[in-house]
Design a binder for this molecule. Structure first.
Ligand code: R5P
Length: 278
């Protein structure tokens, strides 16, 4: 790794504890106005101060995020299909690496569709993304997408994560599963856990805690934060867990202590939120 790439990686994974808290707010690239992110700026601005890295699309960053932001930006650079498409996850490269550089991104995140009919296209595209990142010193994150016929288990996620690493990923983002330590053991590059669909706060905190215990460097979490009863309190609770070694119980206590009274669970407005996609 060159100096620039190491420097960018150290902005994502904090050298002081080797941990990373990414806020995933890229969902609109295939889900449109996702529950909790309908008004992107209003939802995301209050969360930014607590995130190590913001994971979003270039369009939302440009139109909704203040360029004076101190938080590193990781750009979602795959897409091309929507939740309405039968071939959801048949994605291609959506951002030229030079534009990622112009936006001062620390890296890019691309979904590989291992096990799907178009896995070859996405793995070859991801290899191009890695080549571009090597050329310009950016960090390439592979997202292990999961098709509707595939099980989120250690066998499949281990396979997809290892394939991502073999093709040069600097970071792999994958789901939590039983025997997650096996997924981590077989993947020689840092793993961040994707949160998945909204579950009760204590379950999301426990899942993130277990992922860290199994060796993940952190999380790239979205819906369990921005769809929480109180997104800021949840973001801060996850931060306690990642950077202050809080247990799930302590983090939940922190969430309850900091939750604004009267905050109500958000109603889902989009059935598609429950997508099978990562
Ligand atoms: C990945 O493909 C998605 O677009 C999200 O970035 C990812 O699923 C993480 O968000 P969540 O915690 O909501 O699953």
């Amino acid at each position: 790794m060159g100096w620039g790439q190491k420097n960018r990686l150290s902005r994502i994974i904090k050298p002081k504890d080797g941990r990373s808290l990414m806020l995933a707010v890229d969902h609109g690239y295939f889900l449109g106005p996702t529950t909790g992110l309908e008004n992107f700026k209003k939802a995301v601005d209050p969360l930014i101060p607590y995130a190590d890295t913001l994971f979003a699309t270039r369009g939302m960053i440009r139109s909704c995020v203040d360029p004076k932001i101190d938080t590193p930006i990781m750009l979602r650079n795959s897409g091309g299909t929507s939740i309405l498409n039968k071939e959801l996850l048949h994605e291609g490269i959506t951002v030229d690496i030079k534009d990622a550089l112009r936006m001062n991104a620390v890296g890019v995140g691309y979904s590989i569709a291992v096990g799907m009919d178009w896995e070859r296209d996405t793995i070859l595209d991801f290899s191009k993304v890695v080549d571009d990142c090597e050329k310009y010193g950016l960090v390439a994150m592979a997202v292990t997408a999961v098709g509707k016929d595939l099980t989120k288990d250690a066998r499949y996620l281990g396979l997809a994560s290892r394939i991502a690493a073999e093709h040069g990923a600097h970071i792999v983002k994958t789901y939590y599963c039983k025997d997650f330590d096996k997924v981590v053991d077989a993947c020689p590059v840092p793993i961040v856990m994707a949160g998945g669909k909204k579950i009760p706060e204590i379950e999301a905190l426990t899942m993130a805690y277990n992922a860290i215990q199994a060796g993940a460097v952190g999380v790239d979490m979205g819906r369990n934060i921005f769809q929480s009863d109180d997104p800021v309190a949840m973001m801060r609770a996850v931060r306690e867990l990642i950077h202050k070694n809080a247990t799930p119980k302590e983090a939940l206590q922190f969430f309850n202590d900091n939750k604004k009274s009267g905050s109500m669970p958000k109603k889902s407005t989009i059935a598609a939120d429950d997508t099978k996609k990562v």
